[in-house]
Design a protein around this ligand. Structure first.
Ligand SMILES: NC(=O)c1ccc[n+]([C@@H]2O[C@H](COP(=O)([O-])OP(=O)(O)OC[C@H]3O[C@@H](n4cnc5c(N)ncnc54)[C@H](O)[C@@H]3O)[C@@H](O)[C@H]2O)c1
Ligand SMILES: O=C(O)[C@H]1O[C@H](OP(=O)(O)OP(=O)(O)OC[C@H]2O[C@@H](n3ccc(=O)[nH]c3=O)[C@H](O)[C@@H]2O)[C@H](O)[C@@H](O)[C@@H]1O
Length: 386
């Protein structure tokens, strides 16, 4: 493998990375990228390894020995500090991060996103190890624009809705809206990491992902996850499409999101890993401001793309409305609109997303169809009464 160069033309030394939550959606893509394109070593920590099994076996893989899986729960495992000490860099991805959990399991959500992340920050700070911590765009909460009258011309002014790392406020709902337990816990851990940097010299980078989507995201209920489980929107809509059911639009599907392809986003993370001088001390939005849609438009586009990749006709009424109370239960609330400002990541790392929403849905839904269609068909065949 040719020596890799950083953005300033300096050779990059191979490093050891302690990746916590390596068995999840983002972790699996990051491990893949690191194995295929770089000489770095990964200590992969998680309670699950299904999504990275293809990287761990067989022993004949070209990167065998560069990735080692450690099955552990960071809530209670004395091996954590030792593994952080063995690495040059720690990346923390571990978290509960599905909205259906925020209002129904707020304690687990707060513990997972704040309390369980504390020792990771502490061990990095005490051992002078660099930390890349995964936060979320949800720390911005609602936009300022959403509080303006519906007909206010100011709603069209980007100053009232574009989200900037260094100037936008964090606007959450009331405490009884437990949806915000996740965003609030993430905000507090961001503040703690920032303070460790300011007071104790911790080298940190904070990532705020804006709806990264692609293959291996979450689970399909009843196939590789619980039948009653509610994953994030990509998997919910994929599940509906695979089962030929209408897609459920929560509260009219009016909320807006910008979706970025996981493979584009992983490029940004690799730049952070390999350019510490440009990434340390920064908080980065990572998203695609050009891929904005309402959830209703997302449903319509996914329906069209799925018909194309599966060859199956779409339903006559492809969507159905459902209230958030019915779908998520008491205490749900929503982010209205999420457009990332790209100034800081552009300036520091020269990164820009490339993939359009249509193209990323086409490759993702091709994967979903190939991976799940047969299993769904089998699970839907009713047993014949004897
Ligand atoms: N996917 C996105 O678009 C997105 C957006 C915003 C923020 N994030 C953040 O990025 C991170 C990764 O997200 P993801 O989409 O890959 O989620 P994911 O759920 O697929 O991955 C998280 C992984 O962490 C593991 N984990 C959780 N608690 C653990 C513990 N106590 N010990 C060991 N492992 C544990 C889980 O088993 C899982 O494999 C999270 O912190 C999330 O909040 C993701
Ligand atoms: O991905 C992100 O950047 C962050 O946002 C997500 O939050 P959200 O975008 O609200 O989660 P989704 O489950 O993907 O829902 C998106 C929208 O679709 C709606 N939805 C979801 C599922 C469904 O079946 N129907 C439906 O209309 C939701 O109400 C919401 O408005 C999650 O909180 C995190 O994974 C993450 O931190």
């Amino acid at each position: 493998m040719a020596t890799r160069m950083d953005l300033d033309g300096k050779p990059i030394k191979p490093m050891t990375i302690c990746m916590i939550g390596a068995g999840g959606f983002i972790g699996s893509h990051l491990c893949e990228k690191l194995m295929v394109e770089t000489p770095h070593k990964v200590l992969a920590l998680d309670v699950y390894s299904d999504k990275i099994k293809h990287l761990l076996e067989p022993d004949s893989l070209p990167w065998a020995g560069r990735i080692v899986f450690h099955r552990l729960n960071i809530k209670h495992d004395s091996r954590l500090e030792g593994l952080i000490k063995m690495a040059d860099l720690t990346i923390n991805l571990a978290a509960i991060c599905t909205p259906a959990d925020y209002n129904t399991r707020p304690l687990d959500t707060i513990y997972s996103n704040f309390i369980d992340a504390l020792p990771v920050v502490k061990y990095c700070s005490e051992n002078n190890k660099r930390l890349i911590h995964f936060s979320t765009c949800e720390v911005y909460g609602k936009t300022i624009g959403s509080f303006l009258p519906k007909d206010s011309p100011l709603r069209k002014d980007p100053a009232y809705y574009v989200l900037k790392e260094d100037t936008s406020p964090c606007i959450f709902g009331s405490i009884e809206k437990q949806r915000w337990s996740y965003a609030c816990a993430k905000q507090l851990i961001e503040r703690l990491i920032y303070a460790e940097g300011a007071e104790n010299g911790l080298d940190f980078t904070i990532v705020r992902p804006f709806n990264w989507i692609g293959p291996r995201m979450d689970f399909i209920p009843g196939i590789d996850g619980p039948s009653e489980g509610v994953p994030r929107v990509l998997a919910c809509f994929s599940n509906n499409l695979l089962r030929c059911e209408p897609l459920k639009l929560v509260d009219g599907g009016e909320s807006q999101r910008t979706f970025v392809y996981i493979k584009d986003a992983i490029e940004a993370v690799l730049l952070m890993i390999e350019n510490p001088d440009r990434a340390n001390g920064h908080i980065f939005n990572v998203g695609n401001p050009n891929n904005e849609v309402t959830v209703r438009q997302l449903a319509e586009m996914m329906t069209k793309v799925y018909a194309k990749v599966s060859g199956e006709p779409s339903l006559e009424s492809p969507t159905i409305d459902v209230s958030s109370k019915e779908f998520y239960g008491e205490g749900y609330d929503d982010s209205d609109k999420r457009i990332p400002d790209m100034t800081i990541i552009n300036r520091q790392l020269g990164w820009n997303p490339k993939t359009s929403l249509w193209d990323l849905l086409e490759s993702t839904l091709t994967y979903q169809h190939r991976t799940y269609a047969e299993a769904i068909k089998k699970s839907m065949v009713k047993p014949i009464a004897s």
